[in-house]
Design a protein around this ligand. Structure first.
Ligand SMILES: COc1nc(N)nc2c1ncn2[C@H]1C[C@H](O)[C@@H](COP(=O)(O)OP(=O)(O)OP(=O)(O)O)O1
Length: 157
């Protein structure tokens, strides 16, 4: 993709407004961190199509209803383009979460989310996500992992 930003998706299944399904990333960008399921939007795909595809590829869950909750833009001093990540909530799905080549899924209660093993931005925007708000934000990283500053806003739908 040759735009000004690299488009990615992030899908977080939520059960009964009590727990979230995260995956321990086994390879690639963010290896060793827990995260939602997602990845790059491929040429010819809409963002929602990419989100549904990545959810199935990485967790074996299929969802007819992906609910867009936020857009987060990540800027890096050591990468050429910012990442624009579209965040979706999924509360209806088919299938059983299964370990895949890329992710090992695990349910976490809202108050037991392992933020110490996640990207530094997550502890900042998950409270909005978990409380059903919509949001947008900009995050500025140095050396890929050090979050130096951010702006985060609740949005109206
Ligand atoms: C920097 O902060 C980040 N925070 C969070 N919560 N998630 C992030 C951050 N940076 C990237 N991500 C997400 C976005 C995507 O869901 C994945 C990265 O996807 P990946 O690079 O693995 O994309 P794929 O298309 O799956 O790549 P391959 O098929 O080439 O492995 O992390």
């Amino acid at each position: 993709m040759d735009g000004e930003v690299k488009l990615l998706t992030l899908v977080i299944p939520v059960e009964d407004d009590k727990r979230v399904l995260l995956g321990l990333k086994k390879r690639g960008f963010g290896e060793g961190y827990y995260n939602g399921f997602g990845g790059k939007v491929e040429p010819g795909e809409s963002v929602s199509e990419a989100a549904a595809r990545e959810l199935e590829e990485e967790s074996e869950l299929r969802s007819p209803k992906l609910d867009k909750r936020g857009v987060l833009t990540f800027h890096y001093d050591d990468k050429p383009k910012p990442l624009e990540i579209h965040v979706f909530r999924v509360s209806e799905y088919e299938g059983v979460p299964a370990e895949t080549e890329e992710m090992r899924p695990e349910w976490f209660a809202f108050d037991e989310i392992p933020f110490q093993k996640m990207w530094a931005d997550d502890a900042l925007w998950y409270p909005l996500f978990l409380s059903g708000k919509t949001f947008e934000g900009e995050f500025y990283f140095e050396n890929t992992h050090d979050l130096k500053r951010h702006e985060l806003r609740e949005t109206t739908t």
